[in-house]
Design a binder for this molecule. Structure first.
Ligand SMILES: [Zn+2]
Length: 215
């Protein structure tokens, strides 16, 4: 017994296959981050293409075969070595079929609500920066309103204050549109631990934090 038998166990090496890859939907909007391992599966199955920025800042796409050929012509330090071939590790892939990775729910976060509502106050229609926006519970929390996609909207601070603990019609206010759960994941769940690759910056506003909301 004891820890002796583990003393020779090597810590699991972090492989290049664990590297983060940004996933875009068909509209080239960032929807997720996955491992390079997962990205290769998507690529190999024909569900995704690699997005590659060339020297002239053009964004090109490669299918598996094209990416393999490109890897042979322009090898990098970050290559996956298999018995039969070497291939570069992509940093961004674009999905061909899905709008999001299957099985992933859109997380209810402050940032995702801002994204869904296009950073626009849902009462006065002003489009503002993150720091001038707030979340409003349409049915106020104190009156049993829950924190859900259907009950939380983006609001400016003056409208939020004006509405207070009232329903919109009680405050003579109107919602621009009925709040709904978004169909696809509008913003990826970046954490401070996520390494942001330079090629992601074109697709992701990394300045805005993103934390899941709870009651
Ligand atoms: Zn407003």
């Amino acid at each position: 017994m004891g820890g002796k038998e583990f003393s020779n166990a090597r810590p699991r090496m972090k492989s290049v296959l664990d590297k983060n890859v940004l996933v875009l939907n068909r509209l080239w909007q960032a929807v997720n981050v996955c491992s390079a391992r997962r990205a290769f599966t998507l690529l190999y199955q024909g569900h995704a293409h690699v997005v590659w920025r060339d020297e002239a800042n053009n964004y090109l796409t490669h299918d598996f075969r094209g990416w393999y050929n490109f890897s042979q012509a322009s090898p990098s330090e970050e290559m996956v070595h298999s018995v039969r071939f070497d291939i570069r590790v992509p940093t961004v892939v674009v999905l061909l079929l899905f709008d999001r990775l299957p099985g992933k729910e859109v997380k209810l976060t402050r940032q995702n609500i801002y994204e869904r509502d296009h950073h626009t106050c849902q009462y006065c229609a002003r489009q503002l920066d993150c720091e001038d926006l707030n979340l409003d519970h349409v049915l106020p929390r104190q009156r049993g309103g829950e924190t859900s996609w259907e009950n939380v909207v983006c609001s400016c601070i003056p409208c939020n204050t004006r509405k207070g603990n009232r329903l919109p019609h009680e405050a003579n206010m109107r919602l621009l549109k009925e709040p709904k759960r978004p169909r696809w994941r509008p913003f990826i769940n970046l954490t401070y631990a996520t390494t942001i690759h330079d090629t992601w910056r074109h697709f992701v506003d990394v300045g805005c934090w993103n934390v899941e909301l709870g009651d």
